[in-house]
Structure formats: C-alpha cells, structure tokens
Design a protein around this ligand. Structure first.
Ligand code: TYM
Length: 344
C-alpha cells in the first residue's frame, strides 16, 4: 500500500461477485471463504452482488432476480454476516453507476481493449458485444473507489482489473491535483486464487464453462460432487512429497490445492500426508472433504432461499448503509470535477 493511501484513508475492504448463475467452488475458495475470514478485523467489510455487471451480457430478468437472491444466500451460507459486513446488490446504490460514468471520462479506450477478460468474452465479436462489456472495468473501479476501499480480496483472474482501478485512481488524483482516491491493494492470497477446471488443468474453473463436469457448483448434491471429483482428469503418477514435484502436473496440482484450501492446510502439508499414494486413494479423500465442507453451505443456502423476503430485507438494509458511505464520496468527486452542486 502506498504511504498516502495508508495514512489518508480508513482501512476498508470491498469486493463483489457477479450473480450470473450458480456459484462455483472457485468462487467459494477464491472469494467467499476469504470474505468471511476478513470480517471482524480492523477494516470495515463491504460485499456486493454486482448485478449491473451481470447485465453486460444478456440475462433473463426473472432468472437474474433469482440469481441475485441465490448469490446473497451463498454469501451468507459461506459466513458473510450482514451484522458484521455491509451486504447489498449494486443496482440499489446509484452511486456505483454515477461514479462509473465519471470514470468513463477518466479511463482511456485503449486500456479497456487491453483487458484479457474483455478479449476472452468478446472473442471475434468485438463489434457486437454490449458497450457495457467494454466499459465494465471502469464500473468495477467505481465499485471499489466509491467507498475509497483500500483493499480488495479477489481471485487471480481479477488482477488486471485491479491494476486498472489503480491506474484510474492515480490518473484522477493527478489530473485534478487531489488525493481523493486510494491506490487500492489487491488481496490475492492463499492456495486457491486460481482453482482450475476439473476437466482441463490449463483452464480456470468457471460458471460459464459449457461442461458442468468441469466445475463443482455450490448447489451440487453430495453425489454429484463425489462423482465429479472421481471423474476429474489426472495423471497416472503417485503424489510427490513436496510441491516441487507438481510443477508440470497442472491437474494434480489443482486437486492438491483444492484439498489444501478446504482443509486450511498448505499444499506441502497435504502432500506429506499423501506422498506415494495414487489418485485412487487421494480422490476419495478429497471427495469426502469437499462433501463435508460444502454440504453445510448448500444446506444453509437452501434455508436462506426458503425465505426470499428476508434476503430482500437484508439486501435493502445493506444498500441503505452502503449509500451512506458512498454518497458523500461521490458528491465530493463531482465537486472536484467542477460539476455544480446546488440542490438544497
Ligand atoms: P466473478 O463474479 O467472475 O468472480 C467472483 C470472485 O470469484 C473469484 N473466482 C475465482 N477464484 C479462484 N478460482 C476460480 N476458478 C475463480 N473463479 C472466480 C474471482 O476472482 C472473484 O474474486 N469483475 C468481478 C466482479 C466485480 C468486483 C468488483 C470484484 C465487480 N466489481 C469490485 C472486486 C471488486 C467478476 O467478474 O468476478
């Protein structure tokens, strides 16, 4: 963290997840589990279901509404406590969209075209995707900087977006000669910052992968989880005694990392336990661990989903609290930019 950021800004953690369909074990280990662990520390924690991001690609309105509630249930089931953290959906706090517009005037088009996530999602179709998909990282910077957040826990795949957030903050501060925005620190920590597909160790586990067997969904049954792990692609060698031996074995490394993250161990600890054993022994152990870790979460998710009115109430209350933090920062930003503020 830069010195100015450390001294000028109150420690505040912000992160978000797109509510665009079922969440995966990657979301849980790379994000949700860590969101819960960061609560109760020195920094205030603000967690957001980024529904305005989700609509950069087509979402069926009824399904989206359901997915927002389901993602909120997943946050809480994973341990995000609305009494300790601000939990809300983005579209209920208009400061995000407004700050996003202000940042559209700060960010450069070239920065957006360089985003690998945009290139991946747009493919050869760059002329036909929504303008929102291109501008997406400016809205993400707005999510973070509207709270002057100093730290953002995310998985590895969001690193480039966070670098862009820092560039936007620095450019704004420089252009207007102010210290309005912190240079936010990415928190990409632990062994599960990049959980890979169960079918292909070179690809990230993702909710948008066409193969359901490639991922574990937080809504999967115990049987489905066990079966997906049993069928996960691996190699024929026994497990080595240390992580050095996993260097050229991406699938094996992925399963060991998943085990370590679920068990709160280091990969070396896991390997010292399984050294010399093949996947015939390791996979059932991993399946057991995954089922015992995820079953209570799925159950709690279902309990929350049984009372959607309560979820709506929690998100509404969270939005009011988020608004209280965001609005003065947005107002000050507009003032800095010379936008006339005269409303009584
Ligand atoms: P999203 O919705 O794709 O993913 C949510 C979080 O889950 C992490 N993640 C993973 N971590 C490890 N292994 C995986 N296979 C894996 N898949 C996903 C992501 O890194 C992320 O932390 N642009 C963001 C959402 C966003 C945001 C923000 C995040 C919008 N505004 C502000 C932080 C701060 C996204 O699409 O995440």
């Amino acid at each position: 963290m830069t010195e100015t950021t450390k001294t000028r800004f109150t420690p505040r953690i912000f992160s978000g997840i797109q509510p665009s369909g079922g969440l995966t074990l990657g979301n849980y280990l790379g994000a949700l589990k860590r969101f819960a662990a960061l609560q109760g520390g020195e920094a205030e924690t603000i967690y957001c279901l980024v529904d305005l991001h989700a609509i950069t690609v087509w979402q069926e309105p009824e399904t989206l509404r359901l997915n927002i509630r389901e993602a909120a249930a997943a946050f809480m089931a994973a341990g995000v406590d609305p009494a300790q953290s601000v939990l809300f959906n983005q579209s209920q706090v208009s400061a995000h969209a407004e700050m996003g517009w202000l940042f559209n005037t700060v960010a450069r088009v070239g920065w957006m075209y360089r985003m690998t996530q945009f290139k991946d999602k747009a493919g050869k179709n760059t002329e036909n995707v929504s303008l929102g998909l291109l501008a997406y990282p400016a809205l993400m910077a707005a999510d973070i900087l509207t709270y002057q957040a100093t730290a953002v826990p995310v998985g590895e795949d969001q690193k480039q977006h966070l670098e862009l957030t820092r560039d936007i903050a620095a450019k704004f501060n420089h252009d207007y000669g102010v210290e309005q925005f912190p240079i936010t620190e990415p928190l990409i920590e632990g062994v599960a910052t990049r959980v890979m597909s169960l079918r292909d160790g070179s690809k990230k586990m993702s909710k948008s992968d066409p193969s359901d067997a490639s991922r574990i969904n937080l809504t999967d049954s115990a049987d489905a989880i066990a079966q997906k792990i049993r069928k996960a692609r691996t190699d024929a060698d026994p497990l080595p005694g240390t992580t050095d031996g996993l260097k050229d074995r991406p699938e094996a490394r992925n399963l060991v990392n998943i085990y370590a993250a679920l068990a709160d161990q280091t990969p070396d600890q896991v390997l010292s336990q399984f050294e010399g054993q093949g996947f015939g022994a390791f996979k059932p152990a991993l399946a057991d661990l995954a089922v015992t870790s995820l079953e209570p979460i799925t159950k709690r998710m279902n309990d929350f989903m049984a009372d959607p009115a309560e979820i709506d109430r929690i998100l509404g209350k969270g939005a009011i609290r988020a608004d209280e933090i965001a609005t003065p920062i947005l107002e000050r930003t507009k003032e800095i930019m010379g936008l006339l503020r005269t409303r009584p």
